[in-house]
Design a protein around this ligand. Structure first.
Ligand code: MLT
Length: 410
């Protein structure tokens, strides 16, 4: 008899975005003519930049000829991409990295979900609340939490509420934690941390020998000067932090799949005898065993995002989305909604009208305005009473959606 991993039984319902997709599919069946505008899952709508397409096509042509064909690549990514990443994303911000500290992968979602494997099952981990559900669910699956309790949270997780009272910024934990998930610019609130605020976390981690798992998937959307794009801009972070980055939202790779994770060699985890082990070495061991690298055409395409044309084309796309973000933010504010984010992130976090439950607001918006967003409660208990909209739709749909929200939901 095959037995189940009972940790899976602790998970209530489906993964957030699968549940939303299910509700949309049902709504479409019942209302085949409805013109639905999707601002739920953070999926991009603009095509890949021409420079990326050109590089990818060339790489595909190379794969068609015996003399330039490539089989398995290095599990941690081709050096031609790793070097461009360091040169463009880190060196200009004063962050020094060596090429064996960068691990190219097929997505930040997979990396943030898989990374917890390197940690002992008894580690206590902290997450912000609301939070990107992948950090929580992957740890539940691994058995690092207790059961799902009556508060709608998992026992053993340290939740760090981000509320209006604290400006949507988490306070340091009051009890010891070993792993800390931080995502900035934040998904779902769209808020950022300053250098000084991030420094407190680095200091905490250094004092407690904890590790910060820093998700920087939205760094490209930072507009304001002085907001850190990488945790490695913070002094001491090399000792205690791992950073996840992605080409998905930055360059339109959600369907193409390419990301990377930075693991400085100084970051350590400890065995029961107190002996230190390098996370970098452990991740290399994990990836070489379980992963065969990102395809050559995709890595060649990712390199093109760093060419002068690629950079200009990406900037144009990000400007486009951030103009959508402004339209959403200002459009909602104008009619009295309280909103957060949307300045340095493609997410707008709005308070539901009259404290409506967020799934009720989801249904109301879908049924009455045919607009899809993401209920805040799906990101954690502190997300109840909030709703997330993304800036990734077209200009026309974004304007239409705001008009519909403001007119139909009066
Ligand atoms: C989101 O909508 O939160 C993101 O699309 C999720 C993801 O990147 O996996």
């Amino acid at each position: 008899m095959a037995f189940i991993n009972e940790n899976y039984l602790k998970l209530p319902g489906s993964y957030l975005f699968s549940e939303i997709a299910r509700r949309i599919a049902q709504f479409k069946t019942d209302n085949p003519d409805a013109d639905i505008i999707k601002m739920g899952i953070g999926d991009v709508t603009r095509p890949l930049p021409p420079a990326v397409i050109k590089a990818m096509s060339k790489a595909v042509e190379e794969m068609a000829r015996p003399e330039s064909f490539r089989g398995y690549g290095p599990e941690q990514g081709y050096n031609f991409l790793v070097e461009k990443i360091i040169e463009n994303d880190f060196t200009p911000r004063g962050v020094e990295l060596s090429s064996d500290e960068v691990f190219v992968s097929d997505g930040a979602k997979c990396d943030t979900a898989n990374f917890q494997e390197l940690f002992g099952i008894d580690n206590i981990f902290a997450v912000t609340d609301p939070v990107y559900p992948v950090y929580v669910d992957s740890n539940v699956m691994a058995g690092r939490t207790g059961k799902f309790n009556e508060k709608g949270q998992f026992d053993k997780i340290v939740y760090l509420p981000c509320t209006e009272e604290n400006g949507m910024k988490p306070s340091l934990p009051t009890t010891r934690v070993d792993m800390i998930y931080l995502c900035y610019p934040n998904n779902p609130t769209g808020m950022t941390l300053s250098v000084a605020e991030l420094k407190q976390w680095v200091d905490y981690a250094r004092e407690n020998k904890s590790v910060i798992l820093f998700d920087a998937a939205y760094e490209a959307f930072i507009r304001e000067e002085g907001v850190p794009k990488s945790i490695f801009e913070i002094e001491g972070a090399r000792e205690v932090a791992v950073e996840f980055r992605s080409f998905s939202k930055t360059a339109g790779f959600t369907g193409t799949r390419c990301a990377y994770t930075i693991i400085p060699k100084e970051v350590m985890v400890y065995d029961s005898k107190g002996e230190a082990h390098s996370l970098n070495k452990l991740w290399l061991r994990r990836q070489t065993t379980k992963f065969n690298g990102v395809s050559y055409p995709v890595q060649a395409a990712a390199v093109a995002t760093f060419s002068p044309e690629g950079k200009a084309q990406i900037k144009e796309t990000i400007d486009y989305y951030m103009e959508n973000a402004r339209i959403i933010r200002e459009g909602l504010e104008k009619v009295g909604y309280k909103v957060f984010g949307g300045v340095n992130a493609p997410y707008i976090w709005m308070k539901t009208p009259n404290n409506m439950a967020s799934w009720d607001f989801f249904d109301k918006l879908m049924n009455e305005a045919h607009v899809i967003g993401t209920p805040g409660a799906g990101f954690g208990t502190s997300g109840e009473g909030y709703f997330r909209l993304t800036a990734f739709n077209t200009r026309e749909n974004t304007e239409k959606a705001i008009e519909r929200i403001n007119n139909k939901l009066k």
